[in-house]
Structure formats: structure tokens, C-alpha cells
Design a protein around this ligand. Structure first.
Ligand SMILES: [Zn+2]
Length: 347
């Protein structure tokens, strides 16, 4: 009581004034164009791979929207639907990088151009809610090809690996291209993943020309589901869908880019389906915890190289682990990378 009646009253008054100034205007989902409302509803769900929320999300948003969706036995709950014989396999993943499942709030900028993580200490989940939404929009608009809703991508592409195992080689033969809609930023058409070419630059350049929204071939891809099809499908790429800072509480989603990409894919998909493949499906190396493979300048990969690959694939997780060990941006260069041990230490 005493505290309330003294100096703190002034500060709380100032505080209230500040709060009033800062109070955000409420933006209702219903004030968005109808096609974006579904996306905004989907972003309320945090969906760690194979969680109950991930399952419910699949039932409520995917199965309910698409009649005749197929769930193959052994495909870890991945869904696919064949809309036409066109040689495109469109891909997105249903899981998000959240640790905890359930509903969440998030923020929208006043100009309605971006969604931002904000109300919780976790990511927005634009990765890969944006991709799933795009697949649904393309299906609704009558775009052709086969659509794959993958599970467990965030845990190393569990679903797409299972698809490779449970589908016949013939099933994959009809595809010239696997297009994942799961890349950060607004400008990338990914040509390499995990250090391997998965899509030819010629194909990526043709795709860039057809899309004509400033997207360009980009060799800096890490990993997404289309990587797992690189030995079966000639051109395996990943397109920027507008999220940034994914897997962190700073994640945002560029709704302007996503809307523009949706429009272009719907308008030009027939021209995309006609782009010629130049790459031969190959697996340069198999990656996995127990595998030996070559990385960079030809050294035989051991535990150190596998760790480097994991850090490249999961930079945000690596950052969290480093910070937990007390290594941050301020002391990143301070600690020696070589540790000199004396004979005494070795004993
Ligand atoms: Zn993703």
C-alpha cells in the first residue's frame, strides 16, 4: 500500500500514458481479403512434428479442404493429391519448429503487410504455414500437378524420406520437377541443398523468367523435403515464400510477397510445367548420423564434418546451443578454437 501511495504513483501515471500511446489498434482477421483469412487462421497453431496439434491441423485445414486426399501406409501421415498429370510435385510441410504445441497469438503490422511473432517466446510458424497455405490456394485455383503435404520436415525430412521408401520408382517417374515452397526471404530459387546441386541453374533461370517477380537462382539452400527426392526427380528446388528469422521469436512473414507469389504461380503454372529438365537425378552423397560422406574439400567426413553439416542445416538451433554455453556475439572471437593440452592434462 505504502509503495502505491508514494513516488511509484507518478511513474505508474507516466507508464499509463506511455501504454496509451503504444496501445496497438486491433486488426481483425475478417478485415483481410478472404484468401488471406485462412492463412491468418492457420498461423494461430503451433505444430511440433507429429504432435496432436499437427494432426488436428492436417485434419481441419487440409483433409477438410481436399476431397480424395491420399495417405499412403508407411508415409508417416504425409498427404498427397494428384490434380492432373502435369509433371510438377508441389511440396510444403505441416510441422512448425515450435517446442510446444497449441494455440498462439501473433502480431500484424498496421499496414497489414507482415505478420510477426510477438505474443509468445517462440517463432511465428510462417515456416512452413506459408507453404501449406500456398498449396491449398493453388489447389483451389485449379493448378495442375501433384501436391504433397509433408510431415516431420523440421526433424530431418522424416515424411519425405518415408515417401521415397513407400512409393514405387514409377510413381516418381512422372515428375520433372519437385518445387518446395519452404524457403526464407523473397528472392530465392534454390539450386543447391546440403552442398549438392539439386536443380540446374538453367532450370532455375527459366523459372525466374516465368515468375518475373525478381526471384533468382540461389545456390545457398540448406535442406527441405525436395532434397530427399533428388535421386528420383530431375529438378528439385525450393522457393522463397516470405518468412524471415524462422525458428526464432523474431520470425516474420511478408504477406505482400506471399500474395504476389500465389498470383504468379496460379497465372503461370502451365508455363512452369513446360520448363525442360537439364539435371539427371543423382545422389552425390547420402547424409545421416551413421553415414560417412565427403564434405567441402574432399576430406572424409567424420563426426566433426557431420556436426558442421548440422550447424549449416540448423543455424538457429546451433545459436541457441552456443548461447547456452555462454558464447554470444560479444565473445565469439575471444575464445581460442585450439585448446593446448599438457601431458599432465592428458592423464
Ligand atoms: Zn521449413
Amino acid at each position: 500500500m505504502e509503495i502505491e501511495n508514494t513516488e511509484s504513483e507518478e511513474t505508474s501515471e507516466t507508464g499509463q500514458l506511455e501504454d496509451a500511446k503504444k496501445k496497438p489498434e486491433v486488426i481483425y482477421v475478417s478485415s483481410f481479403p478472404p484468401h488471406l483469412q485462412r492463412l491468418l487462421q492457420m498461423l494461430f497453431w503451433r505444430r511440433p512434428a507429429f504432435s496432436k496439434a499437427d494432426d488436428l491441423f492436417c485434419t481441419n485445414f487440409i483433409d477438410a479442404a481436399i476431397p480424395h486426399i491420399v495417405i499412403e501406409e508407411g508415409a508417416k501421415g504425409c498427404r498427397w493429391v494428384r490434380k492432373s498429370d502435369d509433371p510438377i510435385l508441389w511440396l510444403a510441410h505441416t510441422d512448425t519448429a515450435h517446442n510446444q504445441e497449441g494455440r498462439q497469438g501473433y502480431l500484424l503490422t498496421q499496414d497489414k503487410s507482415r505478420a510477426l511473432a510477438g505474443c509468445t517466446e517462440s517463432a511465428l510458424g510462417g515456416d512452413d504455414t506459408a507453404g501449406v497455405w500456398l498449396l491449398l490456394e493453388l489447389i483451389k485455383a485449379g493448378v495442375g500437378g501433384t501436391f504433397g503435404f509433408m510431415r516431420g520436415e523440421e526433424r530431418g525430412g522424416i515424411g519425405s524420406k518415408a515417401m521415397v521408401d513407400c512409393m514405387s520408382k514409377d510413381w516418381f517417374k512422372r515428375f520433372v520437377m519437385a518445387i518446395s515452397l519452404d524457403r526464407r526471404g523473397t528472392g530465392s530459387i534454390i539450386t543447391r541443398q546440403m552442398g549438392q546441386e539439386t536443380c540446374s541453374s538453367e532450370f532455375a533461370e527459366d523459372l525466374a523468367r516465368v515468375l518475373d517477380i525478381g526471384m533468382k537462382p540461389d545456390p545457398t539452400g540448406s535442406f527441405t523435403d525436395s532434397y530427399n527426392f533428388r535421386g528420383l526427380i530431375p529438378e528439385c528446388t525450393n522457393l522463397s515464400v516470405g518468412f524471415a528469422g524462422e525458428h526464432t521469436q523474431h520470425e516474420s512473414l511478408d504477406l505482400v510477397h506471399l500474395t504476389r507469389l500465389r498470383k504468379r504461380l496460379i497465372k503461370r503454372w502451365r508455363d512452369i510445367a513446360r520448363i525442360k529438365a537439364r539435371r539427371t537425378p543423382t545422389i552425390e552423397r547420402e547424409w545421416g548420423f551413421g553415414n560417412i560422406w565427403r564434405f567441402g574439400s574432399g576430406s572424409v567426413g567424420g563426426e566433426k564434418d557431420r556436426l558442421l553439416e548440422l550447424v549449416t542445416q540448423w543455424p538457429h538451433r546451433a545459436t541457441i546451443l552456443l548461447r547456452r554455453q555462454g558464447i554470444g556475439a560479444d565473445n565469439f572471437w575471444d575464445l581460442p578454437t585450439r585448446v593446448h593440452t599438457t601431458k599432465k592434462d592428458k592423464k
